[in-house]
Design a protein around this ligand. Structure first.
Ligand SMILES: O=C(O)CCC(=O)C(=O)O
Length: 286
């Protein structure tokens, strides 16, 4: 069904774009994703929103306006999400940017903020949550609506992936109950970046469907709530593992998060193993 959709990017990624990603820890790639995929995925996202998975989280407390919806490993239950992470041009982005011979898919994460959603995505580094070691690890964030400062595009602290720091993870929603898990990580507290924004150079790009963001797992990032009274902000992050990515058995990662782990098979890797198997499939070379 999805075989007829384009499997190549609309254009090649340039050397300048890759250098900007390496230097700054994040970059926008404009007009790379064929619109056919955007349309297929807009429909697929609606399916998920109307039929939330067992790992999903409603970050907006009951009684608040809007809706901040999060969901994980969706590709395992929805064929469009599976085709998108594997057969669309998305793996090509990850392989080109990281100059990686092989890619395994780590997981997908849907982050939808409906109009009038107050809750932000707090400042964080992705690696704080992940049982992963390595530098060839990348997130590709895909908007299915125009995303801007009002609707809550993802913003980054320029160069923070080079600070040599891994900060403690934080729960996205105040009441999701994962604070105790993350406390086990015993990592340094993240400074209050939001309060001291003016001390940093913040990278931010207005986006339209077809554009994507790429970011390094150590780059600090944040997204405001969706202040728009009418505009939705549907975003999907795809996480890819490249040549040097291996399993890290340290405590306090999402492996201890029962809500997510109950929806996927047990992970039995030893420290230092490469990610593999049905749960983390090889997606590159095709
Ligand atoms: O979409 C958002 O609000 C945040 C995205 C994010 O934190 C991520 O992709 O790692």
């Amino acid at each position: 069904m999805y075989q007829s959709l384009p499997d190549r990017l609309c254009r090649n990624i340039t050397a300048e774009e890759i250098t900007a990603y390496e230097e700054n820890g994040a970059h926008v790639l404009r007009g790379v994703l064929p619109i056919e995929w955007v349309e297929v995925m807009q429909e697929a996202v609606e399916r998920i929103l109307n039929n939330p998975g067992d790992a999903s989280l409603e970050y907006t407390p009951k009684g608040n306006t809007g809706r901040y919806y999060g969901d994980f490993f969706i590709w395992r239950r929805d064929p469009a999400f599976k085709a998108f992470m594997r057969d669309s041009p998305m793996p090509e982005i990850a392989a080109q940017v990281m100059d990686s011979q092989c890619l395994n898919f780590f997981y997908d994460q849907l982050l939808v903020k409906e109009p009038n959603t107050v809750e932000p995505t707090p400042w964080h580094q992705d690696l704080s949550y992940w049982p992963v070691r390595g530098s060839q690890v990348i997130s590709v964030w895909v908007p299915f609506d125009p995303a801007n400062e009002e609707s809550g595009v993802v913003v980054y602290v320029k160069g923070s992936h080079k600070w040599g720091k891994l900060y403690a993870p934080h729960t996205f929603g105040g009441k999701t109950g994962f604070a105790d898990i993350y406390a086990k990580a015993g990592l340094e507290e993240l400074p209050d970046i939001e309060a001291e924004r003016d001390k940093h150079e913040i990278l931010s790009w207005e986006m339209v469907p077809g554009d994507v963001l790429i970011h390094h797992p150590l780059t600090l990032h944040y997204a405001s709530g969706n202040k728009s009274p009418t505009g939705r902000r549907r975003g999907l992050a795809l996480r890819y593992l490249g040549d040097d990515a291996t399993f890290d058995s340290r405590p306090g990662t999402f492996l201890e998060n029962k809500k997510v782990m109950d929806t996927i098979p047990d992970i039995t890797f030893d420290d230092g193993d490469r990610f593999s198997g049905d749960l983390f499939p090889r997606v590159w070379p095709r």
